[in-house]
Design a protein around this ligand. Structure first.
Ligand code: SAH
Ligand code: SF4
Ligand code: F3S
Length: 480
């Protein structure tokens, strides 16, 4: 492991230096081709991370970035298909873009991401103002597609790839704080959860070369970043068998997720490491022991349960049952006693009975989640569930069950946060609090947001905060 890290240290990071130059270029108002793009992202962290790859590809073409939509020559929207509402939001935004385009006919509009992949050329038929449609694995072709579109032709590339990981592209960070950054470690998903559109929009699972991941983490650290989040739809199934060998069933796994975590943790003890998302069927004790071993790997696991009922989980094709999930929670509590746990929950999946719903509520009590992302089921065309089951839980029932789940989570969050009063936590100072200029906010290892008076500290510092009060969303305290 150390040999590999030394090797990476020695390598000259041309890509990274290029990245710095591009960042400088982006800060200048005029650059090379005199054109500017504006990008808006929806959906999961991976989509936001992809937008940073797209920014890098465009910057190499001489595009500058604009944060004001009216100053742009090209508007890009990186879209999400996970629920119908996510798609409706994008359609609404397109109407706004259309109004801008009416005033400025030279304006180009591009749709990227999961909706582009799901709808393909249908998008160009449905939304006349759109000039280019680009799927998540086709961003390298953006320059040619833009060129085509400038010539008056609509550009589309929605080919999915088995290899593309954009490993050699230095993302241009679009986040503002310069302290916390995302690193994509894999793409796609090979699970077939019956409700989920992701395997169709993102294609087959593939892991990125770990050397390039460590390199990216090191580069971020050297630029002042103090936290990286390793991203994948199912990070626990990260596996690297070597360049060109990852499809080879016989080849031995050279780096698994636990080992990758360790490699990134060793970049620097001052660099916090987070990751998302873990899949209950794949998270191993090995990963848990690695988290416990390194102080800079955060004690926080996002472990989506979806449902607390074995029969519902079976229809969801999640490939674990209630007992298995409870066993994973027990393992987390045993190996990392101070670990924060959060979840995703779906209310009102096909055929869900009242008993099954109650099992979800009791599972939430069992796991004592600190936080949950909660949704009611939204049928997605083409998924296993859409083909096999009927979306038969009435909307009213879905909403009522969701409200009960949300209420349960509020109680749990409040209870858990109240238990933190009187404790002292190490916090990474992330930004000035939105509500009060005299306060900072940052998170503890367990991912809880903590607010405290600024004192003489700076963004990017680590401080110890004594917790004095709490509500269901945040903790408040003072630096000790
Ligand atoms: N890979 C992650 C989830 C990615 S999608 C995992 O396996 O946990 C994020 C969340 O959106 C899912 O966990 C699920 O709770 C929710 N979701 C996905 N499809 C949905 C649908 N059709 N209706 C409602 N919620 C959905
Ligand atoms: Fe979707 Fe399941 Fe893959 Fe998560 S693991 S992205 S829910 S198919
Ligand atoms: Fe949405 Fe695609 Fe992410 S569907 S949740 S943006 S992978």
């Amino acid at each position: 492991m150390n040999e590999l890290l030394d090797y990476i240290e020695q390598k000259k990071h041309d890509e990274n230096r290029q990245g710095e130059a591009l960042n400088l270029a982006l800060n200048e108002s005029e650059y090379k081709n005199n054109k500017h793009f504006y990008i808006e992202s929806y959906g999961c962290d991976m989509n936001f991370s992809d937008s940073e790859i797209v920014a890098s590809i465009l910057a190499k073409q001489g595009y500058g970035i604009k944060t004001n939509i009216f100053d742009a020559d090209l508007i890009l929207v990186n879209t999400c298909s996970i629920r119908e509402k996510a798609e409706q939001t994008v359609r609404q935004r397109l109407r706004t873009f259309n109004q801008i385009k009416e005033q400025k006919p030279s304006l180009m509009v591009g749709v990227l991401g999961c909706m582009a992949e799901r709808l393909k050329s249908k998008f160009l038929e449905e939304e006349k103002l759109v000039d280019i449609v680009v799927g998540p694995d086709a961003y390298r072709s953006l320059p040619e597609l833009l060129h085509e579109a400038e010539g008056g032709q609509k550009g589309i590339n929605v080919l999915l790839s088995r290899e593309e990981t954009y490993a050699d592209i230095s993302p241009i960070r679009l986040d503002k704080n310069g302290i916390t950054g995302f690193i994509s470690i894999m793409r796609g998903c090979d699970n077939m959860c019956s409700f989920c559109v992701v395997p169709f929009t993102r294609g087959r699972e593939r892991s990125r070369n770990p050397e390039t991941i460590v390199e990216e983490a090191r580069d971020l650290f050297n630029r002042g970043y103090r936290e990286v989040t390793l991203l994948g739809q199912n990070v626990d199934s990260f596996k690297w068998k070597g360049e060109g060998k990852n499809d080879d069933k016989e080849a031995a796994i050279l780096v698994n997720f636990a080992q990758l975590l360790e490699m990134v943790a060793l970049v620097n003890p001052l660099l916090r490491v987070r990751f998302s998302t873990s899949h209950p069927k794949d998270i191993t004790d090995d990963v848990l022991h690695t988290i416990a071993k390194y102080n800079n790997i955060c004690s926080y696991i996002h472990l989506p349960v979806q449902s607390g009922s074995s029969s519902c989980l079976e229809r969801m094709n999640r490939t674990y049952d209630r007992d298995w999930y409870m066993n994973r929670v027990d393992a987390i509590r045993r190996i990392i006693p101070d670990c924060g746990i959060s979840s995703d929950v779906i209310a009102g999946f096909c055929d869900e009975t009242e008993e099954e719903h109650l099992e979800t509520l009791s599972m939430m009590d069992y796991a004592q989640y600190d936080y949950s992302y909660m949704f009611y089921y939204s049928e997605r065309p083409g998924t296993l569930a859409a083909r096999k089951y009927t979306d038969n839980v009435p909307l009213e029932t879905k909403k009522r069950r969701l409200a009960e789940i949300v209420e349960k989570q509020y109680q749990l969050s409040l209870q858990n946060n109240l238990k933190d009063i009187g404790k002292t936590y190490e916090v990474l100072v992330e930004k000035i609090s939105k509500k009060n200029e005299a306060e900072y906010c940052g998170r503890n290892s367990q991912n809880k947001m903590i607010i405290f008076p600024k004192g003489n500290y700076n963004i990017g510092d680590y401080v110890n905060v004594y917790i004095e009060s709490a509500n269901k969303a945040t903790l408040k305290g003072r630096v000790v």
